[in-house]
Design a protein around this ligand. Structure first.
Ligand code: HEM
Length: 159
């Protein structure tokens, strides 16, 4: 597994902390961006009905619950930067669950882009090239572990 540099870890920890205690609003920015990039992903969540507007669906408790879960996973990753390996089983299972609900590994690229978009919006001038790279490095480790769950589900190499 790739290792994060000391500088990467410092950039990630400091920037995550600077977002404040309540990460949910940042998660809403991230997922709103994701659904702009790939509106079809919204249909994987069975929020409301297909007739509801995207705005209604984004305001639903289920959406906020998922956003909260995502932020908690990122929080766990940031808290375990020295030992991301310890999250391997959890992330592998998370990958399996996402495969089961129809998320394809190709969508992880748009998720990463949305994460960076949220960081850029929230951090303003503190969003620098090394900081962007540090987050990408961490994200690629998380994605690699989640993708292993897809491969383990008997579908061969993650798609
Ligand atoms: C393409 C983007 C994603 C889609 C479409 C998606 C979709 C879903 C769906 C449909 C569920 C089941 C219903 C629910 O619990 O709300 C779920 C559960 C979950 N998702 Fe995601 N998800 C995405 C990305 C992520 C990411 C990036 C993370 C964290 C890094 C994450 C963390 C979770 C967690 C922790 C659960 C609960 C799993 C459990 O029940 O044990 N999701 N996701």
């Amino acid at each position: 597994m790739e290792e994060l540099s000391t500088k990467d870890k410092e950039l990630i920890r400091d920037s995550w902390e600077s977002l404040g205690k309540n990460k949910v609003p940042h998660g809403v920015v991230m997922f709103s961006r994701l659904f702009e990039l790939d509106p079809a992903l919204l249909n994987l969540f069975h929020y409301g009905t297909n007739c509801d507007s995207t705005q209604d669906r984004l305001a639903s408790p289920e959406f906020l619950e998922h956003v909260t879960k995502v932020m908690l996973v990122i929080d766990a990753a940031v808290s375990h930067l020295d030992d991301l390996h310890s999250l391997e089983d959890f992330l592998l299972n998370l990958g399996k669950k996402h495969q089961a609900v129809g998320v394809r590994t190709q969508s992880f690229a748009a998720v990463g882009e949305s994460l960076l978009y949220m960081l850029q919006c929230s951090l303003g001038p503190a969003y620098t090239a090394p900081l962007r790279q540090a987050w990408l490095n961490m994200y690629s480790i998380v994605v690699a572990m989640m993708s292993r769950g897809y491969a383990e589900n008997g579908e061969g190499k993650a798609d």
